[in-house]
Design a protein around this ligand. Sequence first.
Ligand SMILES: NC(=O)c1ccc[n+]([C@@H]2O[C@H](COP(=O)([O-])OP(=O)(O)OC[C@H]3O[C@@H](n4cnc5c(N)ncnc54)[C@H](OP(=O)(O)O)[C@@H]3O)[C@@H](O)[C@H]2O)c1
Length: 238
Amino acid sequence: MTKENVFISGASRGIGKDIALLFANNGYKVIGTSRSDFSIDDNLDNFIPLKLDITSRNDIKDCFDYLKSENLLPNILINNAGITADQIFMRMKDEDWDNVIETNLTGTFNLSKIFIKNMIKNKSGRIINISSVSGLMGNPGQVNYASSKAALTGFTKSLAKEVGSRNITVNSVAPGYIDTDMTSFLDNDAKDKIINNIPLGRIGVTSDISELVMFLASDEASYITGQTISVDGGLLMY
Ligand SMILES: NC(=O)c1ccc[n+]([C@@H]2O[C@H](COP(=O)([O-])OP(=O)(O)OC[C@H]3O[C@@H](n4cnc5c(N)ncnc54)[C@H](OP(=O)(O)O)[C@@H]3O)[C@@H](O)[C@H]2O)c1
């Protein structure tokens, strides 16, 4: 696959930022988005930061039209943007359920739906969804989040079966605990408890995820599709 355009949602910080930088530093043209204005490295002229809320279909359509007019439609889509709104189930508010499902699951649908047409036309593409270990093993306080991420597994398998004949692969990466803003609320005691359950004995770093994403986007991964690959230090073993 030639190094073309990569679209990454949630690229302003954390895992998405690391993925964006890795691709940009490897010569890809990267379109990275978040809900707020941002920049990640002013020296990278092949990185285009865009403000985009992936829950707004109107804004996504405007973004699509802009990228099309600039010949920037992606052949690699990385659905990374995600949120949590943790609460025990009995206290979970309707909006905490709705917002998490709308961002993590429907946002992935929105972006995949609009960008896959061009991949089908070109008979080439990669879609990589960032899921979570929570969606595979469950986690108290995360009924909304775990449901949204578990659904990505079905999304990934079903879409992979539909578009495999068009030379498009669809995979998910399921991180365990990674050191980002999303996990910054954990105090040292909580971190120690988590680490006790991780065979590799540490919380992950963003590059643990971005390196796998880069591989899944590469020619070398052209025979891998429909998979959800865990990167969690061994926290979950089948
Ligand atoms: N960190 C972990 O331990 C961990 C573990 C498992 C899975 N994950 C998954 O990995 C992905 C990245 O997590 P992270 O830890 O890097 O999170 P993070 O540091 O909180 O960053 C989340 C990114 O998503 C963006 N975002 C959130 N809602 C959005 C929306 N509606 N539209 C567009 N952008 C949006 C945020 O930017 P704005 O707020 O400016 O929009 C930010 O760029 C998520 O899908 C998360 O569920 C993380």
